[in-house]
Design a protein around this ligand. Structure first.
Ligand SMILES: Cc1cc2nc3c(=O)[nH]c(=O)nc-3n(C[C@H](O)[C@H](O)[C@H](O)COP(=O)(O)OP(=O)(O)OC[C@H]3O[C@@H](n4cnc5c(N)ncnc54)[C@H](O)[C@@H]3O)c2cc1C
Length: 409
């Protein structure tokens, strides 16, 4: 059986969507011995393509999102194992860096915002230490002398999401190799159109496969809906299910550091500049990522104002940014939910019982790269019949009041 011409029309698990979440789930399910079909016309071309790749449970702790912290910390802990397994399979280069993060403030108000954030972080037992400006500049000599505050966060790291996605895609295409059961696993480059049900008239009946946009269908024991913002418009979802996804656009820049300025910074820099967040993430190839805006203006293109804002604010932290070569401007939409937490797990039908064959993993908003290993772990556990009550608050049907009115993360 060829890997590029996947003729069999039945499999164990279909994963719809080949962003970092769908890829991570497909990989872990394949490792667990399931035959996989992953469906995506252009894998890793959505939010994954834009992501800076910060694995940042500490810096990303936001007011009223404390419920997410357990999940983000659990996933951060899983990243080394996730990465080592890829390396053991022959895919070692995913841009992992464990260098620290410096949180920086530009003016007095930013300093006070940073102090509030540090208070919240230490209240949660997270490791954040205050540095003098002199100490910060000793670590990063190109920092502006005019910054007003610096905190050191040692637990946040980074990967290169494009490299992670490419490694997983290659690993999936290679298949398990020594296992007849998984050798034909592959990626099907088209859109999924609709879920198939045992009773085509009843979308609460067990899911039995997927209808593709090109008219083919694939039978599967389980279907994982992991196509980011596209999840809500998939055909055949249970009628009562509300997937309240909305796009939050982000502009992000990639720049090359000239030889004489390397390293521009060894730490990831996360600044507050007149109340607006900006980050500078150094890559090992001599480039940096500067991001990211947060827009709900329905403009999917790169925003000129956004690019201006990012370059202006990054230069407040690191004036030498003005000397870099601008390589790329990108905008993509983060799949956001009303409580900023993912939609992850099985889905109950109108009668309150989980619909066999249907799993959902979307709504990863700002944290999809960080949350990839835990999403893969949770979904694979559910495929194997294991569910952890700790994740019940992230159920995808929590916004469908008829089903789970009381559960919130
Ligand atoms: C500017 C920016 C910076 C970010 N930085 C970070 C960061 O530093 N750290 C972090 O953890 N997160 C970050 N994020 C968030 C992260 O990128 C997302 O949470 C993550 O990419 C979500 O992954 P996903 O696989 O769910 O969705 P996506 O990456 O959007 O993938 C969805 C996939 O589904 C496919 N698809 C859509 N419809 C269909 C269909 N009908 N059939 C088949 N396939 C379909 C698409 O082609 C796409 O490949 C950032 C996001 C942005 C925009």
């Amino acid at each position: 059986m060829s890997c590029t011409e996947p003729e069999p029309t039945s499999t164990d698990v279909v994963v719809i969507g080949g962003g970092i979440i769908g890829l991570g789930i497909a990989l872990e399910a394949q490792r667990a011995g399931y035959r996989i079909r992953l469906i995506d016309p252009a894998p890793a071309s959505g939010a994954t393509y834009a992501a800076a790749g910060m694995l940042a449970p500490v810096s990303e702790l936001h007011y009223q999102e404390e419920g997410l912290l357990g999940l983000t910390l659990a996933s951060a802990k899983r990243w080394p194992g996730f990465m080592q397994a890829l390396a053991a399979d022959g895919y070692p280069d995913i841009g992992f860096q464990s260098t620290p993060t410096l949180a920086l403030g530009a003016d007095a108000a930013d300093r006070s915002a940073l102090a509030d954030m540090r208070e919240a972080q230490t209240r949660e037992g997270l490791d954040v230490s205050r540095l003098s400006i002199r100490e910060a500049r000793r670590l990063e000599p190109l920092l502006s002398p005019h910054i007003t505050a610096a905190h050191m966060i040692s637990g946040d790291h980074q990967v290169d999401p494009r490299a992670v996605a490419a490694a997983i895609e290659a690993r999936l295409l290679a298949g398990a190799g020594d296992s007849a059961k998984t050798a034909g696993d592959t990626i099907i480059r088209t859109n999924a159109a609709a879920l198939l049900h045992r009773d085509p008239e009843d979308h609460d009946s067990p899911v039995t496969g997927v209808m593709l946009a090109d008219g083919r269908s694939i039978r599967a024991d389980e279907v994982v809906v992991a196509n980011g913002l596209g999840a809500a418009s998939l055909g055949g979802l249970p009628a009562h299910l509300v997937l309240p996804l909305r796009p939050v656009y982000g502009d992000v820049l990639r720049l090359r550091v000239p030889e004489h300025l390397r390293p521009l910074t060894t730490a990831t820099l996360r600044g507050m500049v007149r109340g607006i967040p900006v980050y500078i993430v150094p890559r090992s190839d001599g480039t940096v990522v500067i991001g990211a805006t947060s827009r709900e203006d329905s403009n999917p293109g790169v925003s000129a104002g956004g690019v201006h804002q990012l370059l202006r604010d990054a230069q407040v932290l690191l004036p030498a940014v003005a000397e870099l070569e601008l390589l790329e401007t990108t905008a993509r939409a983060r799949p956001a939910t009303p409580d900023n937490a993912p939609l992850l797990g099985r889905v109950a039908g109108a009668g309150g019982r989980d619909i066999p064959g249907l799993l959902i993993a979307t709504g990863f908003f700002r944290h999809g790269v960080l949350l990839t290993p835990i999403a893969a772990h949770v979904i694979t556990g559910l495929l194997q019949g294991r569910s952890d009550p700790a994740h019940a608050g992230f159920r995808p049907d929590r916004f469908s009041p008829a089903v789970h009115p009381q559960e919130r993360p």
